[in-house]
Each structure stands twice: as C-alpha cells, then as structure tokens.
Design a protein around this ligand. Structure first.
Ligand code: ZN
Length: 287
C-alpha cells in the first residue's frame, strides 16, 4: 500500500523490522484531535494493518503531551472526509447531526482501532486527557513515562465521560467513578498498579523502551499474536463490553442533547472554566 504523502497531522515510520510507528504530529496544540487528524490516523493504522511486514504498531505523539483530547475549535465540514462507519446525517440539525458525527469519529473509530488485528502499543508522555485517553485505551498495551497522567474531566461538560466508555473495564468500578466524579488525573504509578500501564520509564528512555517492547512482541508468530488479541477481546465481548459501551454512548448523547436544550451548546457552559481551574490547582497526576 502506498504511503500517504499528504498527511499533515500524523507521521508514519518503520523504526525496526516488524514495527510500524504512527505519531500524532500536532504538538503546537498538544495533539488536539480534529477530524483531519482522526482520519489520517485511521489511514495510517490501516496502512500498518495491511502491510504484512508489520507485526506490531506503536502509537506515539510529538511534544511534551500525548494528547489534550478533541479539538474543540475544529470547524471543518464532515463532507470533506470519507466516513469509514455506517452512519450519515452529520449535517442534520438538533441532536441528530452531533450524535451521528460522534458515533463516526469517536466511538466508531476507537472501536475500530480496538479491533485492529495486530498488537498496538501506546507510547505516552505528559497528559492524556479525555479524547487522548480514548486513544490510549484503544491500544492493547501502554508504555508511560514517569510523569504521564491520564484523565477524563468531561463530567464538567455535563456528560458521563468520553465517548469510548471503557472506564470501568480499565480501572474497576470505584476507581472509574473517582476519576469521573472528581476529574482528577491518574498518575503513571497508579495506572501501573491498576494494571492499565505495562511499563513506566524515564522520559528520555520512553521511545527506546517502547521500541524494545514492540520488537520483542514482533518476534513472536504474527498469527499467534492476532489470535491472542482476538481471544482476549472476545473474552471482553462475552462479558458484554460492546453492549455496555454502546449503552454508555447513548447516555453521552443524552448529556449533549440536554446541554443543547438548556444552554444552546452541546457542552455545559461551566465546563471549560471548571477544568481550567482544576488543572491550575492540584498537582498533575495526584491520585
Ligand atoms: Zn461528545
């Protein structure tokens, strides 16, 4: 498959035999995810999936932070992109357009990436906030630098959490509620103790250590890796993960719709200020 030379938001590299690395490349806006970034990321992950010489995919990010989440200033029309899901009606008024768009861009793409047939390894530095945490959780394994932190503060916007709602599966029910109710970040050490993060490394070793992990996985038979990934994912499916994620997305859509009726915006008007005040106060990653 030919490499896309026109990408402006992601970079595709082959840093070692059997390993593809896709890097979010918008450090000037803390890798905020606009539609263009998400579709380029999807194309890059597809390219790695379809390249039979690639066994493992690393998802990395430029700059001091992995990703600040969705780009709230993204105003490109959906019509400029080719949808990969089966939803339409993105320009419809009322709740319909937004619900359809988020189904395609956020829930749909994350679930698609969760199901890529090859192992994926997230390489995380700095903050992974809301939509940033979604990308991390869609990967199979996580390598984090010591100062990395993970948060989903969007209850402040009057919704239940980000659209790919696997919080209780990743953290356990009570820790998930603490994360959501308080908006506080989880530090790398706690994420490691929870089993969410697999490796913690000093920042200057992050790229090299992630590559070592990926290379070591890539030495195993590719089909065995695919079967192992699918077997674990199917175990989650058998426990109802997909049904639970879909149900939670319906609640997310309800939260946006309520905000639209009450405040004329899908986001609660106090949300941005609340999140800003919080991040200026408590030390990052404090449990
Ligand atoms: Zn949303």
């Amino acid at each position: 498959m030919a490499e896309h030379r026109s990408w402006t938001r992601v970079r595709y590299e082959s840093p070692a035999p059997g390993v593809a690395r896709v890097t979010l490349a918008r450090p000037d806006v803390r890798n905020a995810q606009d539609k263009r970034l998400l579709y380029e990321l999807n194309q890059a992950l597809d390219q790695a999936t379809q390249d039979d010489s690639v066994a493992v995919i690393v998802l990395a990010a430029d700059g001091p932070h992995f990703s600040a989440g969705h780009d709230l200033h993204d105003d490109e029309e959906m019509s400029r992109f080719e949808p990969v899901g089966c939803w339409g009606g993105f320009a419809q008024p009322g709740a319909e357009g937004l619900v359809s768009m988020e189904e395609e861009l956020f829930l749909g793409l994350c679930w698609r990436w969760r199901n890529l047939c090859k192992p994926t390894v997230a390489q995380v530095q700095g903050k992974a906030i809301a939509g940033g945490l979604m990308l991390v959780w869609a990967c199979d394994l996580i390598v984090a630098e010591e100062g990395a932190s993970f948060s989903d503060p969007v209850v402040a916007f009057g919704v239940n959490g980000h659209e790919y709602f696997v919080h209780a599966w990743e953290l356990g029910a009570r820790r998930a509620k603490k994360l959501l109710f308080t908006g506080d970040a989880i530090g790398a050490q706690e994420a490691y103790e929870l089993g969410m993060v697999g490796w913690i490394v000093p920042g200057d070793r992050l790229e090299a250590r992630t590559l070592e992990v990926a290379r070591s996985i890539a030495e195993r038979p590719g089909f065995g890796l695919k079967l192992a990934k699918q077997a674990v994912n199917q175990s989650l499916d058998a426990q109802g993960q997909w049904e639970a994620v879909q149900a939670a997305y319906s609640l997310h859509a309800l939260g946006h719709a309520n905000n639209m009726v009450r405040y004329g915006s899908p986001l609660h008007p106090d949300g941005a200020g609340m999140i800003r005040r919080q991040s200026a106060g408590a030390p990052e990653g404090a449990p």
